[in-house]
Design a protein around this ligand. Structure first.
Ligand code: XIL
Length: 397
């Protein structure tokens, strides 16, 4: 709110200067980019800076900072959970739109774009669906029809209101899965075969001619061996290439960007090269779920700065690598963090052996961390000739 007032005061001051040719005190205040939000700084490059939104936190009136920061710092929002199938259709045939509608309306009021997440995923499916398939009461043929109806219903409800849809999420295995040769994994591939991917994009396109349709996955930030049998980025690359060759309406590849400071990770040029390689297929790219977790050793939990400092620095460096790579590639349309505060991050719940945390850009008390300031610096220091405004593809028909 305070920041808002400054902006209005600034606008009035500029108008006054123009009219009276006098210089009120406030107009002499030099432009300070560090006082701008991530959203405003991203705007200079046409880049949307987004966050996943936890609806419980958004509606928690005892914690107004959460809502204030979602509205002010970000130009794009993603539902962290409420657009997943288990949330939308907990009981067969009875859609509950309340929370998803609320987020879409919130974004409209705040002039934010919405990344729709997610239409087809093996996880967070309603129990009636998975148990129906398991006990044979839902046949394969019926399952395919249920998927078609789900995609059509959801995309149609938000037609014209979703900028990018994650149509298919995490369809590809990891080298640690069995068998280790990369393959199409999970519920949908097992039950329908990999043809469901092309079907899903076609059904989504039929329901919304304008949304950008994305394939979204993790561990595709950089290329490895170049062999699709063990290089997940290469597997996804071949998949997207194949879909494009068949005329499937896929417009983008979302790289989730879930990193951890305990791993080797990447430098900016490796990630830039990966984005460029995907862009070479004619698709947009985006970082869709960025967070950088760390192992929460006993020393970290006890507040030992010798263990905390390197984590904060490595986290900032990794957030920054993905941001700089995105800025360097004009088809990289958005950079979304998977929650912005450690107060609500999914990481401690999901990675607990060993415990991990510290994955976001604000601490639990909404103090911006080094990572937040580094993202800002990246947006401030970027410009031509290397960093140019974004170029979005036309939705493919
Ligand atoms: C996570 C949410 O953050 C958690 O709250 C939920 O319990 C599980 O799912 N990849 C995705 C996201 O595409 O949907 C996941 O979100 C994180 C991994």
């Amino acid at each position: 709110m305070k920041q808002r007032r400054w902006i209005i005061a600034g606008a009035v001051a500029v108008a006054t200067v123009a009219a009276l040719n006098t210089v009120p005190a406030v107009a002499s205040r030099p432009y300070d980019p560090t006082a701008q939000t991530l959203a405003a700084l991203g705007q200079r490059h046409g880049l949307q800076v987004g966050t996943a939104v936890n609806m419980t936190a958004l509606n928690d009136t005892s914690d107004p900072r959460y809502r204030a920061l979602v509205s002010s710092e970000f130009s794009s929002v993603t539902a962290e959970n409420v657009m997943k199938w288990e949330s939308l259709e907990p009981t067969r045939g009875a859609y509950d739109w309340a929370a998803a509608d609320q987020l879409v309306e919130f974004a409209r009021r705040n002039k934010q774009s919405v990344r729709g997440h997610v239409l087809v995923w093996h996880s967070q499916l309603p129990a009636w669906l998975t148990s129906g398939v398991a006990d044979g009461s839902i046949s394969k043929q019926e399952l395919r029809e249920l998927l078609r109806k789900h995609i059509t219903t959801v995309v149609n409800r938000y037609k014209g209101k979703i900028w990018q849809w994650d149509v298919v999420n995490e369809a590809v295995s990891d080298p640690w899965d069995s068998p280790p040769t990369l393959h199409y994994k999970g519920f949908w591939a097992q039950n329908l075969g990999p043809g469901y991917i092309a079907d899903a994009f076609r059904w989504a396109r039929a329901a919304d001619p304008r949304a950008l349709l994305f394939y979204n996955d993790y561990n595709i930030e950089a290329f490895g061996s170049g062999n699709p049998a063990d290089d997940k980025s290469q597997f996804v690359y071949e998949m997207v290439k194949g879909l494009r060759a068949q005329g499937v309406p896929i417009d983008g590849v979302g790289s989730q960007g879930h990193l951890g400071t305990q791993y080797g990770n990447y430098d900016t040029l490796q990630v830039t090269a990966a984005l460029k390689k995907f862009a070479g297929l004619g698709v947009a790219t985006a970082f869709t779920e960025v967070d950088v977790r760390s192992e929460m050793t006993e020393a970290v939990q006890a507040g030992n700065s010798a263990e905390i400092n390197p984590r904060l620095q490595a986290s900032a460096a990794n957030f920054s690598v993905l941001m700089k790579a995105c800025l360097a590639v004009r088809s990289c349309l958005s950079y979304t963090v998977w929650g912005f505060s450690d107060r609500y991050s999914w990481v401690p719940d999901w990675f607990n052996d060993p415990p991990e945390g510290m994955a976001t850009i604000y601490d639990e008390n909404y103090q911006p961390k080094r990572a937040y300031h580094e993202l800002k610096s990246d947006l401030i220091f970027a410009g031509p000739p290397y960093v140019l405004p974004r170029v979005a593809p036309k939705p493919r028909r």
